[in-house]
Each structure stands twice: as structure tokens, then as C-alpha cells.
Write a protein that binds this ligand. Structure first.
Ligand code: ACM
Length: 262
């Protein structure tokens, strides 16, 4: 299957402009099965305060941005993952949608909030879902979730063959961690990071696709809006064997350290 990451610098606070930007970039894609966009791709990241974030938030069922993603998925007959600023009642979530050709397939809400996000968003309350799609089971993580290997393991144990990871990374560590998460969980990871700056924050680009043997198979520039692509075989994620006598999942000593309630 064909995977495409869109690395871009969203225009802060302007959903329409970001839709146009993403439309232009994705027009260059000829054939794809999955597009992954960064965290908060429709609004940008650095909200002045919660009031500003509320003004820029959208309900999943009534969202100009998700409507655009739905058109994008239908037009390309593909799935699209993107971060967005989700409002539900009076609460905000830093969320990621999995959009399919038929509409919303699933939503994940960021569990591990980073820095000032704690003043704006609620921690995710939808757990760690894995969504069954025509291309395989897909899980999602958002940016700082990279710090918590437990979450990635749970998605893998639930059968995810690929974890889509919209990000707005500012620390320099994540891109060196995800190849190992791919290796130990034997699955693909697509980290779609943004570029550019907002106030004191510089986002680190270098979006990355990693495979079940821990290889980085595609890598973006640090400061360029671009499409990063890879042709991948998701069937490789089914093989958890490391040697003929070792299986990454079956050899776990859950009697010693538990199994996350799974
Ligand atoms: C982050 O979680 N946006 C760094």
C-alpha cells in the first residue's frame, strides 16, 4: 500500500487557508491509500489561551475541516489521518481523526498533554482504540504520546499494523525513538510532523516512516513543506518473530509485569 505524509507549516488561526494549503499539496499525490497530516493541522498550535482555542475549535460532527478531509478521502479513495482542535460540549481535546472514503472511521484524543496544552485541553477520554479499515488495523498517537511506550504497546497488542502519529514536535528526541517502537512492536509508524515557528516554538520537521524491523524508510527535511511517501507491505506487521525461537509478543513475561488489563 502507498503511504503519504504531508509535512507543512499551518497558518495559525486560519482553517480556510490551511485547507487550501493541504488541498494544493495533496493535488500532487497520484495514488495513495493513506495520508497522514500533523497535529492541529487545521489551526496551528500555540493558542494564546483557552478562550482563543475555543474560538478556533470545531465539533467533529459540524467541522469545516473534517468536511474537507472527508472530500479528500472520497476523491482519492483513501484514508486520511489528521490532528484537529476538537470541541465537545464545553471541553476541548487535542484530537486525531481517521477519515475514510465513507466518512469518520474513528477519533483518538491525545492522552499525554504537553506543557501549556494542560491549560487548554482535557486529557483524552477515548482510551486507545484501534480501527479496522480496508488496509488493516490502524491506531493513532499524537505528538508527546511518543514519550510513553506503554500506549504504543497497547495499540500493537490490540492488533494495530500501523500507528499514524500526527505531531508538532519541538524536542529533538522522538525521531530517534519511533524506529525502536516499530521494531519492538513489529509494526509501521508514520510520524507526520510540522515545520515552522510559532512564538518561541520551533517545530522540527523530519517526518518519518519506520518499518517493523526498525528501519527508517522515508524521512522529511527539517524545514520544507513536502510530501514524504513510502510503498509498504502491512502484512509484515503480522510477523512478531525475532528468531525461530523468539516471538516479540508470546515471549513477554506478563506473569511478572502484567498485561495492561488486556
Ligand atoms: C507536542 O506534544 N505537541 C510536543
Amino acid at each position: 500500500m502507498h503511504l503519504s505524509i504531508i509535512q507543512l507549516s499551518p497558518v495559525f488561526g486560519n482553517i480556510e487557508k490551511n485547507i487550501e494549503k493541504i488541498r494544493k499539496l495533496t493535488e500532487k499525490i497520484k495514488k495513495t491509500d493513506l495520508i497522514v497530516l500533523p497535529e492541529l493541522a487545521s489551526t496551528g498550535y500555540k493558542f494564546k489561551d483557552r478562550d482563543e482555542a475555543i474560538l478556533l475549535s470545531e465539533r467533529a460532527q459540524n467541522s469545516r475541516y473534517l468536511e474537507f478531509l472527508s472530500e479528500l478521502a472520497a476523491k482519492n479513495n483513501c484514508y486520511v489521518v489528521s490532528g484537529f482542535n476538537e470541541r465537545e460540549k464545553d471541553k476541548l481535546y487535542n484530537s486525531s481523526v481517521l477519515m475514510g472514503p465513507e466518512g469518520i472511521t474513528g477519533i483518538y484524543r491525545k492522552l499525554h498533554l504537553f506543557w501549556d496544552e494542560k491549560k487548554i485541553f482535557e486529557p483524552g477520554n477515548l482510551g486507545l482504540p484501534v480501527f479496522d479499515t480496508e488496509i488493516g488495523k490502524i491506531g493513532m498517537q499524537i505528538c508527546f504520546d511518543w514519550m510513553f511506550p506503554e500506549a504504543w504497546r497497547v495499540l500493537a497488542l490490540k492488533g494495530a499494523v500501523l500507528i499514524a502519529h500526527p505531531a508538532n514536535l519541538v524536542l529533538p528526541y522522538c525521531q530517534s525513538v519511533t524506529p525502536s517502537y516499530s521494531l519492538v512492536n513489529r509494526l509501521f509508524i508514520a510520524t507526520a510532523n510540522r515545520i515552522g515557528t510559532e512564538e518561541e516554538l520551533t517545530f522540527t520537521g523530519n517526518s518519518v516512516i519506520t518499518n517493523p524491523i526498525g528501519q527508517t524508510i522515508a524521512y522529511g527535511h527539517v524545514d520544507k513543506e513536502e510530501i514524504i511517501t513510502a510503498e509498504i507491505d502491512l502484512r509484515l506487521s503480522a510477523n512478531k518473530k525475532i528468531t525461530p525461537e523468539n516471538d516479540a509478543f508470546e515471549d513477554r513475561r506478563t506473569d511478572v509485569y502484567g498485561n495492561f488489563g488486556i
